[in-house]
Design a protein around this ligand. Sequence first.
Ligand code: F6P
Length: 551
Amino acid sequence: MNASDKQTALTQTPEWQALAKHREQLGAVQLRELFEADPARGSGWALRVGDLHVDYSKHLVTDETLRLLRELAVATDVFGLRDAMFRGEKINTTEDRAVLHTALRAPRDAVIEVDGENVVPGVHAVLDKMAAFADRVRSGEWTGHTGKRIRNVVNIGIGGSDLGPAMAYEVLRSFADRELTVRFVSNVDGADLHEAVRDLDPAETLFVIASKTFTTIETITNATSARDWLLTGLRASQEAVAKHFVALSTNAEKVSEFGIDTANMFEFWDWVGGRYSYDSAIGLSLMIAIGPAAFREMLDGFHLVDEHFRTAPAESNVPLLMGLLGIWYGNFHDAQSHAVLPYSHYLSKFTAYLQQLDMESNGKYVQRSGEEVRWQTGPVVWGTPGTNGQHAYYQLIHQGTKLIPADFIGFAEPVADLLPGLVGQHDLLMANFFAQTQALAFGKTPDEVRAEGVPEELVPHKTFKGNHPTTTILSKDLTPSVLGQLVALYEHKVFVQGAVWNIDSFDQWGVELGKVLAKRVEPALTEGAEVPGLDTSTQALVAKYRELRGR
Ligand code: F6P
């Protein structure tokens, strides 16, 4: 099948049709039956990648399902596109860009070319520059305008220039220099910056302005306000900016226009998508927090999974498996969402990070050819740390009417510096982790409920149908490398799905319209200006807003 055929005919391919037929034949297959039929399923249906043990036994699949899904991957040329990505080909066709986040964690001696130029030396030159700067801040050698040591780092960015480093800082807090205060500001709501700086001494504060384009209105507005706050607080003029502001960007011209010395700019490249960028210069705040060595360990973790995705056979390729399972539920069971449920407090921002990674990548209805898809694409990704979720929305996962496949992520060891008195809580946390996937898969039959002496009228209420599919990802501990492994796993899972659906997972045109309209509407709020073409509902709301603000 050639590429153009694929664009119109995904659901007509023999591989898709075979899956649809197989789905019909499987009908309402029960996990209980699958486990009874194969006593080795529980122990045998697991894969290992790096430090991650990935159990996929609790899925509504048979060997045949997995074989058919892998055939779909072959038919849709997932591996061809994967290899093209790793080679640096311009697979982001709507922006005519290579997609090379994998180069950000490639070893020094790797050769990866874009337009005939090996990009790896440049990647390591920036990493080295970041490391030198991070060391200077961490050691106190880099001082602010008044000569005081930097004790606070405030990252200002949004989307990929915020979610990645903010999530990773949270995950790796126990590896961070606890003497440093590190905060992340993203929202253009002034409250975000206010809360981040209100108790800080400007003389001790470094602002890291993270923006690939350096034109994002939220970031530039917050950076401008931060600069005013700093200069007012220090009673200093523009020259103080050099010691308190650094930039992470691809746009040297705009950085310099803002007044940041380009010597204090850490560069990255147009072949790094925003949501794939926190292992580039965008990770500087994180690197300052955890130190260059831990940051490099994290990159090694990413690289390990990159190599696995690039080379592992289809049968044992974990990102491939996770991507295909998502397709099985989204396209053949009408599942609309996918929950990611970490059993680690440190992963509290992980799912929010994945929302951008997955939903900005695969929230598309247009194929690479420009034609509309005729199949479902990316799921709604959601979730929070599991134990809290258990007391909130798990009711719906257990007994609601929707199929919600879920990933459970847990760790055998608590983090290294947990107070000794709290270590004992870890087994309780993990008991919940294991109990939930068990309950979701196998439920509780009416007979089991009756056997507990439950009155007949309550039996339906206390019955759990089970059959809710989950993947369990278990690792010994949560280290920088393990975080890198986890993120790369999801990056490549998203890649697999986008490849099968034939969409460009690396552009994000869908966020543009709102940005343009916000610019048009703003003068209506501030000056009451007429905005041509404004619909009547929005006009009325703007008028109400002005009235409420006494304008
Ligand atoms: O709003 C979409 C987006 O372009 C994201 O893809 C990106 O991560 C974010 O905005 C921030 O962009 P920038 O780093 O250029 O400020």
